[in-house]
Design a binder for this molecule. Structure first.
Ligand SMILES: C[S@@+](CC[C@H](N)C(=O)[O-])C[C@H]1O[C@@H](n2cnc3c(N)ncnc32)[C@H](O)[C@@H]1O
Length: 289
């Protein structure tokens, strides 16, 4: 069987919610992963044969994808901000919108450093860190900064710790519940707090793909319909105690609640800037005092 045959089988047998081009990309990623070849090699050598062992692995991957399991979970890895992360069912698969949040933080820090050299002293906390994608990507780009990640899930923190090591970075991970108003890291103050907290309302479940609903951790995704901004309220209160007076918060948000999330933060004394993602949706907020 050749690379080209594998592509044809994937295109014909993947579930219908994968469009043809997406199915081709998935076949390419699976072949790259199993046969240890680059994307360009794969594209230029569609007539190369796979071994029987590789063919068995590629069909096993296809079988799991047909059950709806996301590709990243099947391959146990995901790309984020040009880095490779280990993922499993205890962590959310890092999303491209979150790469935009990281990019915004880095642009902001570099702009500030141009005015005053502050990077050495920079301390950052990422709340709801999951796979650790945000703090690890920040640490790779701000090697002098002291960076921490917080999550309620010990399994997620285990994966995040592995990801920090995998990417040669030192990040301090802390277990804690941001919805516990007594949770504190006194006397620590951070220059930057980032968060991509759970923000999908229960009623949005019906519009979601089965592969997200059935496989990604619900504690990472969902908030009650009656209190969709619950995490932002607690993050704002935590920031009042733990953000340096000149510090900034960078948040990923539900596209439907941009104005409401800004209003919540402003009611707590923060100034805000709302930013759209590359698809034109309200997706990020910067807040400062
Ligand atoms: C949307 S995921 C974001 C994961 C990662 N930061 C990313 O961008 O891919 C939200 C994360 O918040 C964590 N989380 C949920 N409830 C929490 C709580 N009460 N306190 C702290 N972390 C919580 C989940 O375990 C999950 O890892």
């Amino acid at each position: 069987m050749t690379f080209g045959d594998i592509e044809t089988i994937y295109v014909n047998q993947l579930p219908s919610f994968y469009e043809k081009d997406e199915a081709k990309s998935i076949a390419a990623l699976a072949v790259e992963h199993v046969c240890n070849v680059s994307k360009s090699y794969y594209l230029l050598h569609k007539n190369d044969s796979v071994t029987l062992v590789q063919e068995t692995s590629l069909i096993r991957i296809l079988d799991e994808l047909r059950l709806g399991r996301p590709l990243q979970y099947v391959m146990e890895e995901a790309d984020f901000f040009g880095l490779r992360f280990k993922v499993n069912s205890s962590v959310l698969i890092p999303r491209p919108e979150t790469e935009e949040l990281v990019h915004w933080v880095l642009t902001f820090v570099k702009e500030k450093n141009r005015i005053k050299r502050a990077e050495e002293a920079l301390s950052v906390l990422d709340i709801g860190t999951g796979s650790g994608c945000i703090p690890v990507a920040l640490k790779r780009n701000l090697p002098e900064a002291v960076i921490c990640g917080l999550d309620i899930s010990s399994d997620a923190l285990e994966t995040a710790t592995a990801n920090a090591a995998l990417n040669g970075t030192e990040v301090r991970f802390i277990q804690g519940d941001i919805l516990d108003s007594t949770f504190s890291l006194q006397p620590v103050r951070f220059n930057i707090i980032t968060s991509n907290p759970p923000y999908v309302t229960s009623s949005e479940k019906k519009g979601m793909h089965k592969n997200v609903l059935d496989f990604e951790p619900h504690t990472a995704l969902f908030v009650p319909d009656e209190d969709p901004l619950i995490f932002y309220r607690y993050i704002a209160d935590f920031s009042l105690r733990h953000l340096d007076s000149e510090g900034s918060i960078f948040l990923e948000i539900n596209e439907h609640f941009g104005a409401e999330t800004c209003a919540l933060l402003e009611a707590k004394g923060f100034k805000t800037e709302l930013k759209k993602d590359l698809r034109g949706k309200d997706r990020m907020i910067k807040a400062w005092r």
